[in-house]
Design a protein around this ligand. Sequence first.
Ligand code: ADP
Ligand code: MG
Length: 605
Amino acid sequence: MSAKPMSSRVSLPRLPYAVALALFAALPWLPVNGFYLFLAQTYFYTCIAVIGLNLLLGLSGQMSLGQGGFYALGAYGSALAALKLGWPVPLAILAGTLVAAISGGIVGVFALRTRGLYLAMTTLAVGYIINILAQRWVSVTGGAMGMTNVPQMDFGFPKMEPVVFFYFTGIALFLVQLVSDFIVQSRLGRNLRAIRESEVFAASVGVEVSRWKAGIFAYAAALAGLAGACFAHQSAYVGSDAFSVSLSVAFLIAAVVGGLGTRSGPLLGTAILMGIVEIIAGIDKYGLLIYGGVLLVVLLAFPKGAAGILAALVARLTRGTHGVAGTADATAPLPYVLGPADTCALTQIHASRTSLTINGISKSYFGLKAVDRVSVDVRPGTVHGLIGPNGAGKSTIINMVAGVFAADEGTIFLGPQDISSMGIAARARLGLARTFQNLQLIEGVTVVDNVMLGIARQGSTFADFRCWITGGALEGAERREALAILDFLGIGRLADRLPGELPYGHRKLLELARAIAQRPHVLLLDEPIAGINSQEALEIAQVIGKLRGLGMTILLVEHNMEFVMSVCDEISVLNFGKLIARGTPGEIQRNPDVIEAYLGSGAKA
Ligand code: ADP
Ligand code: MG
């Protein structure tokens, strides 16, 4: 992690790729024998499978114990296409990869509702079923006897076959690693990481969660299938014994040991895994035990895996040359100077003075009526406060407006549009943004990346990729806009920090920055100053004033009376799920019902 402020440029790390290419080119002059070539091929395609699982688990947080099954589908698909249909090997490999991808997509769609342990069980079952099919469907797969004479790949150079296949698998890994690198660093990785933090959170920044989950599932399955297809053509033999559940476990261990969600993790983890397999003979008997032991040690001692250890070593070695790391002290008090509201990024916010109309919405939790026919009319370009004691139903209203829960009755309009039956992401794309009472941030990426999560895509993903691959800064325009928003909030110098390094008040500001980055027309703030000091509260009050000045409509929930009275144009008061008053701050302060129910008699002397 760079400690230099404003250096948050992300571009292609060229050195590792240059080294890999140099090794490739040098191969014909190196004294390698067939065994090493075979090992290298195996390493290359195993890495491909592990990269897929690393993206699936490390970024989107979805656990799969069925990658061995997709690997088998790739192997059988490709072997059958080559043997029975007589397709050329590259085409057969493509077919095997596609079979695995489609199957992965289908499993992904069916597994959408399950997560964590249940998803692990579901995928374990899928892998198991595929393995049983491979054993029993002898007429197609040959069962345990398998299929022999699977054609190999020599592109017309039969004597050079191992070298040809070395280059094929090596180039495949090179490309897969390149794309994976891009995914980890780009918008794609950000969206997947948001899903891992929380699906509601991801949807509220406009990510279509189910599509993304199924998509990454299919991609990981495709990579497992590609690896399986390579395996089939490497050994010229495919038998069902190769695809037991322990293969899925081995992929998982390689991903975890290497370092989940890191770019070099799969390369390191696969090397360690193969090292263990090579060193210990009789792996069939004790293999899983040893894998399990390694997994346990790594999980306990090095949660970031081999890639994490390597990064720490590199950081230690380079510390001397780069001066003192981390001089920007995150805990130092903020310079309470707001940037000018017309900094380049913020002039792009043209909130369109949209009204938010809540008509008689209700919500019961197990018979408890948390919200009872509440109507709130937030006029365009105003700040409306929703106040009431703890448990009054304020967060429930925010969640119904954002789409987290459907209202039991009533309607919600954004401007002229009825959004009552829309999903969270659809509402977000219409210009509704929110903050959460319990902060929602992506912990594993920098502050500026968190803000970029909110920023709308300015070019296509392909254009981003092309720019990145030619050495340009990834999403430069979006990054500049995110930095400008951070500057506007006075925390630009923390752009390259991790959210976890920031004190609570700054984390609140960061969440607000992300919401602003969504360029909302209507902004929902759930307790924006809870848990922060009065200086920071003053800061946020100023920001809210400026946002209103930009035409934003704001509905905010807050406990702090003084704050609500100072920033709101109008206030609605909620008690036990029912609306008891509505008016300007002055009217609310004088309202006897409010004084009685909320402020408590005598609170307003
Ligand atoms: P507020 O934000 O005003 O403090 P909430 O909207 O969080 O209030 O809660 C309103 C009522 O609904 C409370 O009595 C709370 O216990 C209940 N409640 C909130 N969320 C849930 C839930 N997910 N399941 C069951 N009851 C809930
Ligand atoms: Mg609440």
